[in-house]
Design a protein around this ligand. Structure first.
Ligand code: AMP
Ligand code: MG
Length: 399
């Protein structure tokens, strides 16, 4: 029986650093960035008008001028025009280049136009640079605007697009085989007999993988047959980067998974972690270097171990910068066993805006109906048994 912290270390050491691939920007959405993105030009690239209105010279304004003759129009997308005449203005549009010779903008709501002149209303104040977004004030040319390890969220996609990174290096997600075992299991669309249950774990795991950008995922089901399990695992090891098995890893008479893995020289790195749920978790490495996770069959255990170990570590191995998330307990929790406790919680915000975790009791590790209320699990450490209200613990969200 090892500690959660040791399980983390062993898995982290065993996982390879997954490959880098180049993708077009829209295919990179949600992926983990593997390169720096640099500003290929200053941002903004020119002194940019930020309001529809007129561009003038501030010195004219300072001298008391309030009526400006309109000599030209500066639309967005046109090269800079010139403001030449004294007491003149150019009509300017949001996104236009600031005309040469002008240094501030008065917005269109503050003027009235008649006889080819703009009359500025009373009561406005004006400083040089008004409504001008100066070139290079957001980023200078060459600045790093995105760092490796970032997940490509919509704003980061926008940044990459703005600086011309339309082909971008991201981590290639490993291919994953999800294998359920058990004679009692039938598929979700089937009508189980009295002694049977429907598969659920593998759907949860596949959904979890797909929402995190893993598209090369396949589900398989095996009966509790030693030879079949061994042959199927051997074949899947030929094709996949990661194997996730659910069920068959406990001490039951038909729990053939560890035995089959041993026969295939998948080297066991640990079996059993001091945690609840998920104590029977098995982890090993195949001769080809692929990690193999033997997740417990119990639905709550399987989902918890998948979220806490599999997803967490594969994303780390892909180079994702994960920010730690945590929440404070809304109710006291007492957990006596000398084990880490992964407790399902629902998350709300308190009056101060902090995340609080509301414990959801599960009857057993098979009681996954209660997980329907949950947003996350929190990790309560092994060496503590009484957790007061306000106790802050790490949080792993389902989504
Ligand atoms: P096992 O680890 O094979 O002893 O399975 C433990 C419990 O989890 C048993 O009640 C199984 O029926 C159940 N179980 C195993 N695999 C799955 C699965 N893929 N979906 C739902 N329940 C499962
Ligand atoms: Mg079983």
């Amino acid at each position: 029986l090892i500690d959660v912290i040791d399980a983390d270390r062993i898995i982290a050491e065993a996982l390879p650093k997954y490959a880098t691939e180049s993708r077009s920007l829209m295919d990179a959405y949600g992926a983990v960035l593997r390169q720096e993105v640099h500003a290929d030009r200053p941002q903004p690239p020119f002194d940019r008008v930020t309001m529809d209105g007129i561009a003038i010279r501030h010195s004219d304004w300072d001298a008391g001028q309030r009526i400006f003759s309109i000599t030209d129009v500066q639309p967005a997308g046109a090269p800079a025009k010139q403001l030449v005449h004294p007491n003149a203005c150019l009509e300017v549009m949001t996104g236009a280049v600031m005309p040469e010779g002008a240094d501030c903008v008065i917005k269109v709501e503050d003027i009235e136009v008649s006889n080819g002149s703009a009359h500025v209303q009373d009561g406005i104040s004006l400083v040089p640079g008004n409504f001008v977004h100066k070139s290079g004030t957001d980023a200078r040319e060459g600045d790093i605007v995105l760092e490796p390890g970032a997940r490509l969220t919509p704003p980061r996609i926008a940044i990459a697009a703005a600086f011309g990174a339309h082909e971008i290096s991201v981590a290639r997600p490993p291919s994953v085989a999800i294998i359920s075992t058990g004679d009692e299991l039938v598929d979700a669309h089937e009508t189980p007999q009295q002694h049977q249950i429907r598969l659920s774990n593998v759907y949860a795991i596949e959904a979890g993988l797909r929402t995190h950008g893993f598209s090369n995922v396949e589900r398989h089901h095996l009966l509790d047959d030693r030879d079949q399990i061994q042959a199927a695992i051997a074949a899947l090891l030929e094709r996949f980067d990661v194997l996730l098995l659910t069920g068959g890893v406990s001490m039951g008479k038909f729990d053939y998974v560890p035995e089959a893995l041993r026969a295939l020289n998948v080297e066991q790195r640990f079996h059993k972690v001091a945690q609840r749920p998920g104590k029977p978790l098995w982890f090993g490495v195949a001769p080809g270097g692929q990690p193999v996770f033997g997740l417990p069959g119990n639905p709550v255990s399987a989902i918890v171990c998948f979220r806490r170990y599999v997803l967490h570590h594969i994303e780390q191995a892909m180079g994702l910068n994960t920010r730690s998330d945590n929440a404070a307990l809304a109710d006291p929790v007492s957990f006596k066993p000398n084990m880490t406790y992964f407790m399902p919680v629902s998350i709300t915000a308190d009056d101060a805006g902090r995340q609080v975790a509301h414990p959801l009791r599960t009857n057993t590790s098979g009681d996954f109906g209660s997980l329907g209320q949950s947003d996350a699990i929190i990790e309560l450490p092994r060496d503590v048994s009484e957790f007061p209200v306000g106790y802050v613990a790490p949080l792993y969200r389902w989504d």
